[in-house]
Design a protein around this ligand. Sequence first.
Ligand code: ADP
Length: 246
Amino acid sequence: MATIRVHELRKEFVTDTSSVVAIENISFEVTGHEFVSVVGPSGCGKSTLLNILSGIEPVTSGQVEITEGERRARMGYVFQAARLLPWRTVLDNLMFVQPTGGPQARQRCERYLDMVQLKHTAKQYPGQLSGGMQQRVGIARAFSIEPDMLLMDEPFSHLDAITARSLRRELHAMWMETKKTVLFVTHDVSEAVELSTRIVMLAKGGRLVADIPVELPFPRDPSSDDVALARADLLRRFESLDLLAT
Ligand code: ADP
């Protein structure tokens, strides 16, 4: 079972003239078939946390463990932009990240393209696709390496509302089908309520101020009363974060 364990993590950026605490002593654990969203206002350390989890950024102090049983977990990433290689076809973008080539890898790539309903674009180039379609290819690419867990950084923030809504549905269906562990960063509270089993809230100064289970059944209709109530409750907490930071 894939697990992220963050223990008393602190990150301070120090330059010659100043220092900024991006993450202040946070601890949490994500394990198994969970979909955990990290929400918080701009500048509260969300990207820094993801960069640390993905190994790009060293910690100042504390521990981060990302495991699958006894070994380090294999991770898939989805970013704000799809970051596809424009000179490769859609299928070749997926093949490019496979550990081995051959017919099995190809079948796997086609299966995940099918899951995001883009199998018919396999031979096209990214430039021939809309932004939403490119992002779906990015999601298929992340799932296609069959990672133990997925780290997603505001993957729908650059898309129009209708496209983002349909991609959220697709992502939810894939999460249900593949049973992956997902850590999902967003500043969009509605999105977090719609998708998550749990929401971790960060406040300015990189403090963890709430870790809230979302106990609504799936699939969640964003326009239902239950979802609206949960969203309103979370927004109230979200709005108080500025006060908490002072
Ligand atoms: P978020 O993703 O929530 O918007 P970030 O993780 O990008 O927040 O930033 C958290 C804080 O750390 C901010 O005050 C930001 O200016 C600072 N910060 C982020 N990266 C660096 C860096 N490389 N050098 C110095 N300060 C940084």
